[in-house]
Design a protein around this ligand. Structure first.
Ligand code: GLA
Length: 374
């Protein structure tokens, strides 16, 4: 691999993973979310080529693929490189002509554990490809193009939360995002607490089909409610009173999915208020209510996630604990007093291992900056 092109020194771009503090399964319902970017990242080192090919190398997998930007009908390979190729394809389809490049990718975001390694690789690749092609693209557009790559090329119907926070996150801040208008506020997180992420080490194979099923149930709810409430375009537009009033004829499961989304949006707003008033107790109560709603109404938790939350919530110095991300395994997020973190880690790891036989990974995270060139 030649790195000797004159005036063509490599540049490195970083994009972070994320943890969602509250607002789960609301993004694809035009609702509210409150994630933070975390200090685990994907790094893309890029330098250009004379032709229109991308040579994409993963240092972590020790694999390399080539992609021709002039290929007329590119298809996914069901491979990590789909995230990079998908982003390149969407940039080109949006009219942004790319230069060929060598890309070297590495990362430390735990894979498949709900911390958005996929958005991190998409966003880091997008930033690298854009800069390498001397383009300037608005970060909101970039977030939407990365989401499109995941929706249409990779084939996962995700919302906008992960790509957005990977671009707009800030150190020491949570990001309150309106997924309809894409307006956001950065809310300071107190430096007396850490974001502690507990990885159950369990992944469920059917997570994506269950995710799509939840989306379909939300759409069914909207369709039903719009018969009486013609202005309803998404669950975002429905109040809990309206849901109760028009719940007749709704299958119980669809009703409970809708109830989760509607109450979760309200919890995000309340949580933002609590954070602004430095009321961590209240914030933690809302996290607990979010977990219960995800467990009972939305049914995306798992016995390992429930156990991890139960082990954490009564420990000293813990304000709140809940599952985070899509669910069916993956991680919990915990808000823990800085000086109780080590004790928290020890106790949770020991108890979790005792019950499940699995040794959990526990990450003490800082809210971090969004994508940047290093
Ligand atoms: C996954 C998706 C996000 C969001 C969450 C659930 O992480 O990528 O868009 O829908 O699930 O909140």
């Amino acid at each position: 691999m030649s790195q000797t092109l004159i005036n063509n020194s490599p540049h490195t771009f970083r994009a972070p993973g994320r943890v969602n503090l509250i607002g789960e399964h609301t993004d694809y319902n035009d609702g509210l979310v409150m994630p933070a970017a975390i200090d685990f990242s994907v790094y893309v080192r890029i330098w250009s080529r004379e032709d229109r090919k991308l040579e994409i190398r993963s240092e972590d997998f020790d694999e390399q693929v080539e992609f021709d930007l002039d290929e007329s009908n590119p298809e996914r390979r069901v491979h990590w490189s789909d995230y990079v190729v998908g982003v390149a394809v969407m940039l080109e389809r949006a009219g942004h002509r790319l230069r060929g490049a060598h890309l070297q990718i590495r990362g430390d975001v735990p894979l498949g554990s709900g911390l958005s390694s996929s958005a991190a690789i998409e966003v880091a690749s997008a930033c690298a490809l854009v800069a390498n092609s001397h383009l300037t693209i608005d970060r909101r557009e970039l977030a939407l193009l990365c989401q499109k790559a995941e929706n249409e090329f990779v084939g996962a119907r995700v919302g906008i939360m992960d790509q957005f926070v990977a671009l707009f996150g800030e150190a020491q801040k949570a990001l309150l995002l309106d997924c309809r208008s894409l307006e956001f506020q950065l809310l300071p997180l107190p430096d007396t607490v850490n974001l502690v992420i507990c990885n159950t080490m369990v992944k469920h194979a059917l997570a994506w089909s269950a995710y799509n099923e939840r989306r379909a149930q939300c759409e069914a709810g909207v369709k039903h409610l719009a018969q009486w409430l013609p202005n309803v375009k998404a669950l975002r537009d429905v109040t809990i009173e309206e849901l109760e009033q028009f719940r007749h004829d709704l299958p119980d499961e669809v009703y409970r999915r809708c109830r989760h989304v509607i109450t979760e949006n309200a919890r995000v707003l309340a949580a933002a208020g609590a954070l602004k008033q430095h009321d961590l107790r209240r914030f933690g109560e809302l996290m607990a209510a979010s977990h219960r709603s995800l467990r009972d109404d939305y049914e995306v938790s798992s016995k390992e996630l429930d156990l991890m939350v139960d082990l954490a919530r009564h420990l000293e110095g813990v304000y709140g604990a809940r599952m985070t991300g899509g669910g069916f395994g993956g991680c919990t997020v915990n808000l823990v007093d800085v000086d109780k973190v080590e004790q928290f880690k020890r106790k949770v790891a020991k108890e979790y291992q005792l019950v499940t036989g699995l040794s959990p990974e526990i990450y003490i995270c800082e809210a971090s900056n969004g994508a940047e060139e290093l």
